[in-house]
Design a protein around this ligand. Structure first.
Ligand code: ATP
Length: 540
């Protein structure tokens, strides 16, 4: 299980409406993606699962939703104006710009080694505030949601009468002018974060940091990521951000490699101290820049010791988009429903061979596209029996459309895939964009259709889950379509449901088909709601 290549996910996401490249009709805008009808459901479900676990189910957390635009002084005192920079280099040959730490002295585009010296590049998007183009009337689109929490620390404390330890959680958009956005929605310029700032007494920070690392790993497991794909990485002292006492990155095995999904940092009293007035009297442990603008002391008054305390902060900070990518990758599987006979595979094998030869000979294809097509094509050819459905992904890669024999290959592949394979997203039910699809066995039988539609309406009105009616194909095809988008249950209304089948006892029952096992069982319409609720809760 799990996706082998990013192409498999990109292709499925575009084809079925999870994620589209941003502004595509105008040639796109690099580093932006739009979530489609299924993507928005998946993303909302992920955010809801996070909010439920971290805000509703805990007794020590409050939520907020702060503005994206903040007074620019926030970014001066947070340190972002000065330090939110990546060293970058320009290629003197092709003029592309790269992050110095991500290339090894060679331009990934044209392979030239003629690069400029690394220079700092601020990742914040600057934006004009108000109608007058005054050089001082600007701010930035927030590059993280965290600062909205710190500047609201006192508001939340005063309005909720919280005591330490407690946390504030927030989900929202963040913007970074990434130099080299890439790997689909992994590194983008506009993304969402799910962040917690957890405030603790100094001295209790290390214990809480450890607890949060465990907690966050367990949560990612609860949404379906597997332990072997998740790795905690303890940053070395020389890797730590200037404000951090310790940071553990949770790395996930994405199709492009093992990379950061979430960071959990012990930020000491740096943030609250930085945004406070009267810093000298606070006994701060962190080194902060003098603040001459803040109007408040961001402290908690300890009624027992009668002292003002600047709490230490533990920050679990996760990317929503990276979370969505991890869920998709983990859930993705191409499965053989039954083995395809050799005589059906042979023509596909030949057509794939012809396609790859034609790619190899094509002189107009850019070198990078050619290399990627050949590599992916050969990977598939190597284990054709298991990988045959990946040919759809191969054919949607850049350059594939310009190869004439591509159409012939698709013509060979599609019927074999339809008959012997399925692509499945094995999402946990609570994350699946659609929970139940109600399908009529015959779409031109008025009674079957009206019964199916009324089941859909009734189920939809009773639960906070998305339920659809689908009659756009024969039943086998409809099951495959729902498997491919991760719908855990399909309900089929047939002649037995109407009492017109051979077994009169089946009247008023429907077939429930399970996505993962493909098993089918008969359930009374009157029991459906309870049945589905129980299955959904048990994660089956
Ligand atoms: P990286 O080293 O990958 O650039 P980071 O360490 O700068 O990430 P943080 O500042 O710790 O990231 O942000 C917290 C989380 O926000 C990250 O773990 C990631 O999930 C998400 N995130 C950060 N930058 C991006 C981006 N450009 N696109 C998508 N998600 C991002």
């Amino acid at each position: 299980m799990a996706a082998q290549t990013m192409e498999q996910l990109v292709s499925l996401c575009k084809r079925r409406g999870f994620i589209f490249p941003g502004s595509a009709v105008y040639g796109g805008l690099q580093g932006t993606y739009d979530y489609g009808p299924l993507g928005v459901e998946l993303k909302n479900n992920l955010k809801l699962a996070w909010w439920r676990a971290n805000v509703w189910e805990r007794e020590d957390m409050e939520g907020i939703d702060a503005a994206i635009l903040m007074n620019k002084l926030t970014w001066r005192y947070s340190g972002h104006e000065e330090t939110f920079v990546d060293p970058m280099v320009d290629c003197k040959n092709c003029k592309m710009r790269w992050r110095a730490d991500q290339i090894s002295g060679k331009c990934p585009n044209c392979a030239s080694t003629e690069l400029t010296e690394p220079r700092p590049f601020n990742l914040m998007f600057k934006t004009q505030i108000g109608p007058v183009p005054d050089p001082e009337s600007f701010s930035y689109l927030r590059p993280e949601t965290a600062q909205g929490i710190f500047v609201n620390f006192k508001h939340v404390l005063d309005s909720t009468s919280r005591k330490l330890p407690f946390g504030i959680a927030q989900i929202g958009k963040a913007f970074r002018n990434e130099i080299t956005p890439r790997n689909f929605i992994f590194r983008v310029r506009e993304f969402e974060q799910m962040e917690i700032e957890f405030f603790v007494r100094p001295g209790e920070d290390e214990g809480w940091h450890k607890k949060w690392v465990e907690d966050r790993i367990n949560w990612w497991l609860s949404v379906g990521l597997s332990r072997q794909n998740l790795e905690p990485y303890h940053q070395k002292p020389e890797e730590l951000a200037h404000y951090a006492k310790a940071t553990v990155d949770l790395l996930y095995r994405f199709p492009h490699g093992l990379e950061e999904l979430e960071g959990i940092a012990n930020r000491t009293d740096y943030d609250l101290g930085s945004h406070s007035k009267d810093q000298g009297a606070l006994g701060l442990k962190a080194r902060v820049s003098p603040n001459s603008h803040s109007t408040d002391k961001l402290t908690w008054f300890d009624p027992e010791t009668k002292q003002h305390v600047v709490p230490f902060v533990i920050e679990p900070s996760a990317g929503v988009d990276r979370g969505v990518l991890a869920l998709l990758s983990e859930a993705y599987a191409e499965e053989q429903v039954k083995p395809a006979p050799v005589d059906r595979l042979k023509p596909v094998e030949e057509a794939l061979g012809t396609f790859l030869k034609s790619v190899g000979r094509n002189e107009k294809l850019p070198a990078q596209a050619k290399e990627a097509l050949l590599a992916e094509g050969e990977r598939i050819a190597h284990a054709l029996g298991e990988r045959l459905p990946s040919i759809a992904g191969l054919l949607s890669m850049p350059g594939a459309e310009s190869i004439e024999v591509a159409k012939k290959l698709r013509g060979q592949v599609d019927p074999v895939v339809d008959e012997f394979y399925r692509t499945v997203l094995h999402f946990k039910p609570h994350l699946a964009p659609i929970k139940v699809a109600v399908l009529p066995l015959k779409k031109n039988h008025p009674e079957i259709v009206s019964t199916a539609k009324s089941i859909r309406r009734k189920l939809q009105s009773s639960g906070a889950m998305r339920i659809v009616y689908d009659d756009t194909g024969a039943i086998g095809k409809l099951y495959r379509r729902q498997d491919e988008i991760g719908t855990p249950f399909c309900i089929t209304v047939d002649f037995d449901t109407l009492g017109e089948g051979k077994d009169a006892a089946l009247a008023n029952t429907v077939t429930v088909r399970h996505r993962d096992s493909m098993a089918q069982e008969r359930v009374a319409i009157s029991e459906l709601e309870t049945y589905l609720r129980e299955k959904m809760q048990s994660g089956a």
